[in-house]
Design a protein around this ligand. Structure first.
Ligand code: ADP
Ligand code: MG
Length: 220
């Protein structure tokens, strides 16, 4: 039997994302483009998911993967759907960055980024390029939120050194974060140095992460 999918809630370069017709807390991703190695990229991601499952991570900042299902749009891959406290589908960081750019207020962003960096490090999760379109802002209340990474986790290299060595993990993620902060500068955000410092289990980073996210723009 095939699941009938409704309207897409998101679309990336390779995949479209739909609400699971039988469970609003799950989403189904379907590959819509084989260009730029869409299917290869998916296989790589699923391999990395198997690796994370063996390590029993907390799944707070990465949606869980639950297997495959046949759909009217082709093979579907099931994941947790990221929702805000009020039930709305969480918007991506790109959406909030544009709001921040308009108001010139980015005070809400630093604690979110610091917390993300801490949590990635805690579960030793590797990412490829960090991009605003692949990070969702999950609002936990009006003034609290969590950044969730929905795409581009894992490593592309044949020998996944960062997954198996703390030294290579830190080296790689230092580089990824430096690039990500340069990308965010295009929106007018200036990250504090602490977020980019090499060797990240820093007191300062924890200090940045604990504050309430007052000033987090309303999504609409
Ligand atoms: N788990 C999820 N929960 C809610 N929305 C999601 C989820 N995963 C992806 N999306 C939405 O769908 C879009 C495309 O998904 P993504 O996995 O990034 O596809 P691609 O691999 O093609 O870039 C995302 O930018 C996001 O808006
Ligand atoms: Mg994407």
């Amino acid at each position: 039997m095939q699941l009938q999918l409704g309207a897409a809630i998101g679309k990336g370069r390779h995949r479209q994302c739909f609400v699971h017709p039988d469970n609003k807390d799950l989403c189904i991703k379907v590959v819509h483009s084989l260009e730029h190695g869409g299917d290869k990229e998916l296989r790589r991601e699923l391999r990395y998911y198997r690796h994370l499952e063996q390590r029993a991570i907390s799944w707070e900042i990465v949606p869980r993967h639950y297997g495959e299902v046949a759909t009217d749009q082709g093979t579907g891959y099931i994941y947790d759907l990221v929702r805000d406290y009020n039930g709305d589908t969480s918007r991506d960081l790109g959406h909030y960055l544009k709001l921040g750019q308009k108001s010139g207020d980015f005070n809400w962003l630093t604690p979110l980024l610091a917390a993300l960096r801490i949590q990635l490090e805690k579960d030793r999760i590797v990412t490829m390029t960090l991009k605003p379109g692949n990070i969702l802002v999950k609002r936990l209340s009006e003034n609290h939120a969590l950044l969730v990474i929905v795409d581009n986790i894992g490593e592309a290299s044949l020998i996944p050194a960062a997954s198996y060595s703390r030294y290579f993990y830190n080296k790689k993620m230092d580089r990824i974060w430096r690039r990500f902060m340069i990308l965010l500068e295009k929106y007018g955000y200036r990250a504090p140095e602490d977020i980019m410092l090499p060797g990240i289990d820093k007191q300062q980073l924890h200090g940045l992460a604990v504050s309430n996210h007052f000033g987090l723009p309303a999504p609409h």
